[in-house]
Design a protein around this ligand. Sequence first.
Ligand SMILES: [Zn+2]
Length: 306
Amino acid sequence: MSTNPALSEADLARLSSRRQLPPPVPAYLPTGPNSPLTVDKELYSKIQTAPRVLDQSFTLPIRSGKAWTAPAGSIIRISTPEGPQVGDLNIWNQQNPSERFWASRTRQLHSTHLSTHNRLWSCLPYMRPLLTIISDSLSWYGRDNNGGRVHDLLGTRCDPYINHLLSAGQSYDYHCHSNLVRAVKEFGFEEKDVHDVINLFQVTGLDEKGRYCMSACPAEKGDSIEFLAEVDVLMALSTCPGGDLSLWGFGADSEKEMEKCCRPLKVEVFRLEDRGLLEREGWKPAEVAGYKGNHGLADEPKEDEA
Ligand SMILES: [Zn+2]
């Protein structure tokens, strides 16, 4: 019985009837080996371990952002060269800023936190994987004693608007949102193109009341996550001004305080040495979902008449 005094007898009776529910099954389990949600693990392992050539490499300083392109079939590695640090990542179709990572659908299709062989899907009306995770040195983390997991899709980027609201009018220009806004400018993308992120290396969970909680980043020097680009992508990363989140807070001195736990992130883009491997193995860039986009509108032919 609930100990909540605000509940009426009727509420308690309704609550009691809901206690008999059978355990639910995940809503989007793959339906078979050919499901778009099924990743060919053998193939992706072969790609991950194949000899590769470094095409791009840079280290992202603390509290900054940078964007870069990576062609379909390339491997992107993001690592923590000096120890724990969370990174906020955005992804777009390189040619089309309207096609971007869709965090909430990805969360439904896979999980609240991502790891090896999960995919990062694009928004409507496109709906295809932009990236597939091919390795994750934190895949051992699982679920910690607070219910926390790593590589977060529950939350979003820190931003100066909510900070202004919660920190008594304080203006700070190096939140992840702002870092991403500055980063994408050189590619002609704008603030409106910045979207909900995956928080790499970030541990989050929900407490017993469903509230969003964070724990300190578990990464050590040299931890990494690797992605295969499923289409030509533009990516942008921010080194969160909260650093490893061990000192997270709001208020007058919070930015100064958190700088003590800020570290850089490293980005590398590789191509496979054997350029024909992907094609020979049957891999090809992801295609958009086949729905014709009629939506039952009167002047459009119906799906089954088209
Ligand atoms: Zn941030």
